[in-house]
Design a binder for this molecule. Structure first.
Ligand code: ADP
Length: 735
C-alpha cells in the first residue's frame, strides 16, 4: 500500500488538534487523553509535543523519557523501514497513511514492546498555511495482525490440510485406480485360474480316461511307494488275484501290502527306475501266483514311479516248453536205444517240470514195464524201484498208468486229495508209503505212435507244491508224442536192422551156393571139354568128319556153359564182396595197346574195323589192371556182338583233372534211351528173342559196373537206336 495514495485521506479519522482552552477544549483534551487510539503530536521538527496514554501503552514507554531526545524525522528504525519519505511528506503538510509496520520499541526505550501499528499523519496548519504540528495516530494492529497471522497460519494450515487432503484424495484416487486395476487383474486372474482349473479338470478327466483306456494294468506310486493311482485293469487284477479292492490300496505302501515282492527282481527293477530316473523294462516272475510279467517302470516328476505290466506267462511257458521240447528232441535223437533215451528224457523233466518222472512201456506180451524213474535224489529213485517191485500195481486199474495205456487218453489231476489215494490204493502199507511222498498233482500221458500205445509218461509234483494245469498237460503231451515217435523209430530201426541182417545172411547163403555150384559145375565141364578135345585129336582112335563136327559143337557148348558159369561165379563173388582188388598205377596207353591182340580174331571174323587212338603216354589210372582189362574186354565183346559187318569199333582214352575216361564205341545197333540204365542190371538182355547168336547171361555189364564202382570209378553208356553205342569207364587218375 502506498502511503501517498489519495484514498488514504478519506480513511483518515476526522481529528483536530486539541482545543486550546476549556469547554470544548477540555473535551478535546479529555478525548485526546482518553482516546483508545494512540495519538502523538509532533512539532515541525519532529519532536513530540504531546502524546496520550494510549500511545504510551501501545509502545510501552513513557513520553517523558524520550520527549527530549526523540525526533521522528531521525527515527533510525523508521528510516530502515523506508518510511522517512512518507514522514517527510506528512511534515510537509500532506496527510499520509503509513503502511502497517512492526515497530520495536525496545530500540527506543530499552523496553520489551513490539507492536504492529499503522500510522496516520494529520498535518496541522497554522493560519498561514504552514505546518504547525503533525498529529500521528496509531492504530494498534498487533491483535488484528496476530489474528491475521493466526488466520493466515490457519488458512496456511487449512491450505496445507487442503493440499494434504487433495494429496490424500489424489492418493485415494490413485489407490482406487490401483485397486480397480488390481481388481481387474484379480478378476482376470480368477477367470484364468478358473479356466485353468477347468482345463486341468478336463485334462485330468482326459488323462484319467486315457489311463483307464490302457488295456494293461497300470499303477502309480509316489516317492514313498504309496499307491497313488490304480487303473481299472490293475484294480481287476488286485481284486481277482489278491482279493484286495483297489480303493483299500490307495495311500498304502506297496511293500507293506505285498511283502512277498520285497527282495525279488520286481522290487529291484522298480527301485532302479525310481533311483536312476530312467525307464526300466524287465521280465519279472511273481512267485505267489507263479506268473511272469513284462513290467514298464516310468519315473514320475515327483519321484514316484508309474508301472504298467503285461502278463507274459503264456509266452514264457511256451518258451520254456520250446526249450524242453528242443532238449527232449536232441536227447531222443541222440541214440536209437530207446531205453537209454527215455531214461534221459525222464531226467530232463526233473526237477524243472516235475519232482518225479516215470516212463512205462508195453513190453513183449503186453506186460507193463517201468523203464525209467527219475528224481533229483538218487536214493529216492532206488526206493521207488523197490516200491515198484513190491507193489507192481494193478494192470486192470481203470485209472493211473495202466488206465492211460489201455485207453490212450491222458490223465490230469491238478489236486490229489487223500480220498483219491485211498480209493486207488487198497494195500495199507503201500498207501502209507505213497502218502509219505506228499503227492500234489499228476499228469499221465500216453506214448502213442501210429495209433499204437507204446507206454506212458508220468509227471508227478510233490515237494515243489506245483499244480499242473492245461498248459502243462499240453507240454507233457507233446513231450510224449516226440518220445513215442523216437521209441517207434528205434523199434522200426531195430526191425530194419534185424531184417537186413536176415536178408544179408540169406544173400550170403545164395552167393555161397552159387560160388559152390559154379565151382562144382566147372570141374565136370572142364572134364567134358578136355575129353572132347582128346577124342578130336584122335587119341582114342580115328574120328570121321561127322564126329569131328559133333565134337566141335560139344566143345562150343562146353565153352559157352563155362563162360556162363564163370560170369555167375564172378557175379556171386562180387555180390558176396569176396573179390579182392589191388590199387595200382596202370599206364593207360600200354593197357589199350594190348587189347587189340586179344580181340583181333573176333574183329576179323566179323569183318569189322578196329581203331585204337593213341593215348597220352603220361596218363595212368589207379586200379586193378586185371579187373580193368576184364571190363574193357567185356565192352569190346559186346561191341563186336552188336555191330554188323563193316562197322567200326573204336577204343580211346582221355584224362580230365582227377579222372581217366576209357571209351569203347561202336557203330552197331545201339540201345534205346529208356534201356540205357536197365542194361546194367543183372540178367538183362535186350531183344533177346530176336538176336541170333548173341548168347550171354546178361551179367557182363552188371559185373563190369560193380567192378568199376568197387575201384572208385563208374561205367555209363550213351546210345540211340541205329546210332551205335559208346561205353565210358571212368576211373581215378594217378600222376
Ligand atoms: P550179355 O552181353 O551177356 O547179354 P551184358 O550185360 O554184357 O550181357 O549186356 C546186356 C545187354 O546190353 C545185351 O544183351 C545187349 O542187349 C545190350 N548191349 C550191351 N552192349 C551193347 C552194345 N555195344 N550195343 C548194343 N547193345 C548192347
Amino acid at each position: 500500500m502506498s502511503s501517498d495514495s489519495p484514498r488514504t485521506a478519506n480513511e483518515t479519522p476526522p481529528l483536530s488538534p486539541a482545543p486550546p482552552h476549556g469547554g470544548a477544549a477540555a473535551i478535546g483534551r479529555a478525548l485526546f487523553e482518553q482516546s483508545p487510539l494512540s495519538t502523538v503530536v509532533y512539532d515541525p521538527a519532529g519532536r513530540i509535543t504531546s502524546a496520550n496514554a494510549a500511545f504510551e501503552r501501545l509502545f510501552g514507554l513513557r513520553v517523558a523519557d524520550i520527549v527530549d531526545s526523540y525526533s521522528i524525522l531521525e527515527d533510525a528504525q523508521l528510516a530502515e523501514l523506508g518510511l522517512q519519505p512518507a514522514i517527510r511528506r506528512a511534515f510537509a503538510g500532506e496527510a499520509v497513511v503509513l503502511p502497517p509496520i512492526r515497530y520495536d520499541a525496545t530500540r527506543v526505550t530499552g523496553g520489551a514492546t513490539t507492536t504492529w501499528t499503522q500510522g496516520y499523519f494529520y498535518p496541522v496548519h497554522d493560519a498561514d498555511g504552514a505546518v504547525s504540528s503533525v498529529v500521528l495516530v496509531h492504530v494498534d494492529l498487533t491483535a488484528s495482525r496476530a489474528a491475521e497471522d493466526a488466520l493466515r497460519r490457519q488458512s496456511a494450515e487449512l491450505e496445507a490440510q487442503r493440499e494434504a487432503l487433495e494429496e490424500q484424495i489424489e492418493e485415494a484416487h490413485a489407490l482406487a485406480e490401483e485397486l480397480r486395476q488390481a481388481n481387474d487383474a484379480l478378476l482376470a486372474a480368477t477367470e484364468q485360474a478358473a479356466a485353468e482349473r477347468a482345463a486341468a479338470e478336463r485334462a485330468a478327466r482326459d488323462v484319467g480316461a486315457i489311463l483307464e483306456s490302457i488295456g494293461d494294468p497300470f499303477v502309480v506310486h509316489d516317492a514313498e511307494w504309496r499307491f497313488r493311482y490304480i487303473n481299472r485293469p490293475a484294480a481287476e487284477v488286485f481284486g481277482a488275484s489278491f482279493n484286495t479292492p483297489a480303493e483299500h490300496l490307495l495311500g498304502r505302501v506297496l511293500w507293506d501290502v505285498y511283502p512277498d515282492i520285497v527282495g525279488t527282481k520286481m522290487e529291484h527293477e522298480m527301485r532302479r527306475a525310481a533311483a536312476g530316473r530312467e525307464l526300466v523294462i524287465s521280465e519279472v516272475y511273481y512267485p505267489r501266483h507263479g506268473n511272469w510279467s513284462e513290467i514298464h517302470c516310468h519315473p514320475m516328476p515327483d519321484g514316484g514311479v508309474a508301472t504298467s505290466w503285461t502278463d507274459i506267462t503264456a509266452r514264457k511257458r511256451a518258451e520254456e516248453a520250446e526249450h524242453y521240447l528242443a532238449q527232449a528232441t536232441a536227447i531222443l535223437a541222440s541214440s536209437l536205444d530207446y531205453e537209454v533215451t527215455l531214461a534221459a528224457l525222464a531226467r530232463l523233466v526233473v526237477p524243472a517240470l516235475a519232482d518225479w518222472c516215470t516212463v512205462t512201456v508195453v513190453g513183449a506180451g503186453g506186460a507193463l514195464q517201468q523203464l525209467a524213474v527219475a528224481h533229483v535224489d538218487p536214493t529216492k529213485v532206488d526206493w521207488a524201484h523197490e516200491v515198484q517191485r513190491r507193489y507192481p500195481g494193478n494192470p486192470d486199474s481203470p485209472s493211473g498208468v495202466a488206465g492211460v495205456i489201455r485207453t490212450g487218453k491222458a490223465e490230469l489231476i491238478s489236486d490229489i486229495t487223500p480220498e483219491m489215494l485211498e480209493a486207488e490204493i487198497r494195500d495199507p502199507e503201500y498207501l502209507r508209503l505213497i502218502r509219505g511222498l506228499g503227492l500234489r498233482s499228476v499228469i499221465i500221458v500216453p506214448l502213442v505212435a501210429h495209433d499204437r500205445v507204446l507206454g506212458a509218461l508220468s509227471l508227478i509234483a510233490a515237494e515243489s507244491g506245483r499244480r499242473y494245469g492245461e498248459a502243462d498237460l499240453a507240454l507233457a503231451t507233446e513231450l510224449a508224442r516226440r518220445a513215442a515217435l523216437a521209441v517207434d523209430n528205434a523199434r522200426l530201426h531195430r526191425e530194419a536192422v534185424q531184417a537186413r541182417a536176415v536178408a544179408e545172411s540169406a544173400n550170403r547163403a545164395k552167393a555161397d551156393f552159387l560160388a559152390v555150384m559154379s565151382h562144382e559145375l566147372r570141374t565136370p565141364l572142364n572134364a567134358i571139354g578136355g575129353y572132347a578135345q582128346l577124342i578130336e585129336m584122335g587119341v582114342r582112335g580115328p574120328v570121321n568128319d561127322e564126329q569131328r563136327e559133333d565134337l566141335e559143337r560139344i566143345q562150343r557148348s562146353q565153352r559157352h556153359l563155362l563162360g556162363l558159369i564163370n560170369d555167375v561165379l564172378n557175379y556171386a563173388k562180387l555180390e558176396a564182396a569176396r573179390v579182392e582188388f589191388r590199387a595200382e598205377r596202370v599206364p593207360v596207353r600200354p593197357l589199350l595197346d594190348g587189347l587189340e591182340d586179344l580181340v583181333a580174331p573176333q574183329v576179323a571174323a566179323k569183318g569189322l574195323h578196329y581203331d585204337c587212338c593213341d593215348a597220352d603216354p603220361d596218363v595212368a589210372l589207379l586200379g586193378d589192371e586185371e579187373k580193368v582189362r576184364q571190363i574193357l574186354l567185356n565192352l569190346l565183346s559186346n561191341a563186336i556182338k552188336f555191330t554188323p559187318a563193316g562197322g567200326t569199333i573204336r577204343v580211346s582214352a582221355d584224362a580230365d583233372g582227377d579222372v581217366v575216361r576209357l571209351r569203347v564205341a561202336d557203330t552197331g545197333v545201339g540201345i534205346p534211351d529208356d534201356q540205357l540204365e536197365r542194361i546194367f542190371e543183372p540178367f538183362v538182355q535186350l531183344a533177346r528173342g530176336l538176336s541170333t547168336g548173341h548168347e550171354g547171361t546178361g551179367l557182363g555189364l552188371a559185373i563190369s559196373r560193380d567192378l568199376a564202382r568197387a575201384m572208385g570209378g563208374d561205367l555209363a553208356a550213351e546210345s540211340g537206336p541205329g546210332q551205335g553205342s559208346t561205353f565210358t569207364l571212368t576211373l581215378p587218375r594217378v600222376r
